[in-house]
Design a protein around this ligand. Structure first.
Ligand code: ATP
Ligand code: ZN
Length: 468
């Protein structure tokens, strides 16, 4: 009798598991379909707005768009107890004296906004959802790319091309269905930031650009939210909390943005995935400490370097500036600004294309290909040696841009006659233009850069040449 009951119970359980897994798959497919339709809708709405002079019609389209966006967020209720499922899920951390049941309840009643579902946002979102944060908002305008998966571990190969915000939401729902996850597939800007930030208790800056850093700082100061800020590049990373417990804001420390050309991004500088993992996890930890009121004095800048010992250093931050333009005693900034103009670049300006040379100093990859074996010339590759070692064109000579001026004599020795042509190549066609401008000061013959660099070479001449 008992065995019979066990069997039917088992059967029921198996059916339930199968049903849940089938529904989850259907849900994923529906989200992908909704994404496609939304994209189509956006294109049609934009073309209607751009090509139509009827202002009434435009107004009604805009109103519909706004209602559609506003329908997404949901209110987080205040919970006074944990459910039986939650005791089981969080048992291992519930028994920590530093957390306990009261800490877990605080997490359940906390909402956290993560801006950026990339290298930092991936681990931050995963750990915060797993820890039992009640509501997680995830903002990202971008789509999943395979070249990001070495660090953006919340996504996976099958999600290539779909919205990062939606992909993150799918992973979170599969990890902890109790977490109320809201995906915002938007570019957070001065028009959208305040309305969203105000709905959350803590904001995690997991983005990669200066304009969004200032935007989030100002939105957090104006709405009184702590900002857990992280950054990572190459083998190094940093963590700071701004606007918390009377501490400084980002503008107190950095009143002026750095010149846009001095800011290096991951695509150009490189990044070890695990470094963003370390910083993203620390951001999650910091957000948990704020949510559970376990943080006495976080006003430090934590610096991590994977190549030095000790791996971590901590620097005490200056205190809040009395004359800070946004958090000081008499703020002159009381609403969000135009951050793209303020910083000279925006979230979308990833690897801007340099236009330093005129057409006469440039050559298309296909044209260079056609003369490559016919005309005597020298091909200089000005990428860093580490990149040259990844892949290079046969017969090219590697002289990194930073060494070019001091190696001019080496270049001259390579020329058969003083008038031998020199072509310059790099990864994307930006550094090669700087190099041509340098070389023209010293050489008599023709000096040209190969437009679009090895990237364009791979697309237009040799599809077997690696893109990295
Ligand atoms: N203002 C913004 N609004 C929404 N998402 C943003 C904003 N600024 C940056 N992001 C997102 O933050 C994430 C940062 O991730 P990460 O630093 O890993 O770089 P990435 O842009 O994905 O990578 P790569 O530069 O190598 O292509 C990106 O997914 C990006 O789309
Ligand atoms: Zn300030």
């Amino acid at each position: 009798m008992n065995i019979e009951m066990d069997k039917s119970e088992n059967q029921e359980l198996i059916e339930l598991i199968e049903l849940v897994s089938r529904l989850k798959k259907e849900n994923e497919q529906l989200i992908i379909r909704v994404n496609e339709l939304e994209e189509k809708l956006n294109i049609q709405q934009n073309s209607l707005l751009n090509n139509n002079t009827n202002s009434k019609l435009k107004e009604s389209v805009l109103q519909k768009t706004i209602t559609f966006d506003k329908a997404l967020p949901t209110e987080t209720p205040i919970y006074k107890d944990l459910t039986l499922a939650e005791y089981m899920l969080y048992g291992r951390q519930l028994i920590l004296p530093d957390l306990g049941k009261s800490g877990q309840l605080k997490l359940k009643n906390t909402s956290i906004l993560i801006v950026g579902a990339g290298g930092l946002g991936s681990p931050a979102a995963i750990y915060l959802a797993a820890a039992g944060v009640g509501k997680l908002g995830i903002v990202d305008y971008d789509k999943v790319e395979k070249s990001n998966l070495h660090r953006q571990i919340i996504h996976n190969e099958t999600r290539e091309g779909i919205s990062k915000a939606q992909s993150a939401k799918m992973t979170i729902e599969g990890l902890n269905s109790l977490c109320n996850c809201v995906a915002y597939e938007i570019l957070l800007d001065s028009l959208s930031a305040l309305e969203i930030v105000q709905q959350y208790d803590i904001v995690v800056d997991a983005t990669d650009n200066v304009a969004t850093r200032y935007l989030l700082n100002d939105a957090c100061v104006i709405s009184g939210k702590p900002l857990v800020s992280g950054s990572a590049l190459r083998m190094d990373g940093q963590l700071t909390v701004y606007n918390y417990k009377g501490g400084p804001c980002y503008r107190c420390l950095f009143p002026k943005p750095p010149p846009p050309e001095s800011v290096l991004n991951c695509a150009d500088g490189g990044i070890l995935g695990v470094v963003t993992g370390v910083i993203g996890c620390l951001q999650a930890l910091q957000a948990i400490k704020i949510a559970t009121e376990n943080d006495e004095s976080p006003n430090n800048l934590l610096i991590f370097s994977a190549t030095s010992y000790p791996l971590f250093r901590s620097i005490k931050l200056r205190s809040k500036k009395k004359d800070c333009v946004i958090c000081g005693d008499h703020p002159s900034i009381t609403k969000l600004q135009d951050y793209v103009q303020f910083c000279g670049s925006g979230a979308l300006d990833k690897s801007p294309s340099v236009k330093e040379l005129g057409r006469e100093d440039r050559i298309e990859p296909k044209v260079y290909h056609s003369l490559r074996n016919e005309t005597p010339h020298v091909l200089i590759d000005v990428r860093e040696t580490v990149q040259y070692d990844i892949c290079s064109l046969p017969s090219s000579i590697n002289i990194p841009l930073k060494d070019l001026t001091k190696r001019i004599e080496d270049v001259k020795k390579l020329l058969e006659t003083p008038n031998t042509s020199v072509y310059v190549i790099c990864r994307l066609g930006n550094d090669s233009q700087h190099a041509v401008n340098i070389l023209k000061n010293y050489l008599k013959g023709e000096v040209k850069d190969i437009i679009g660099g090895l990237y364009k070479w791979s697309l237009e001449v040799d599809q077997e040449f690696p893109i990295y």
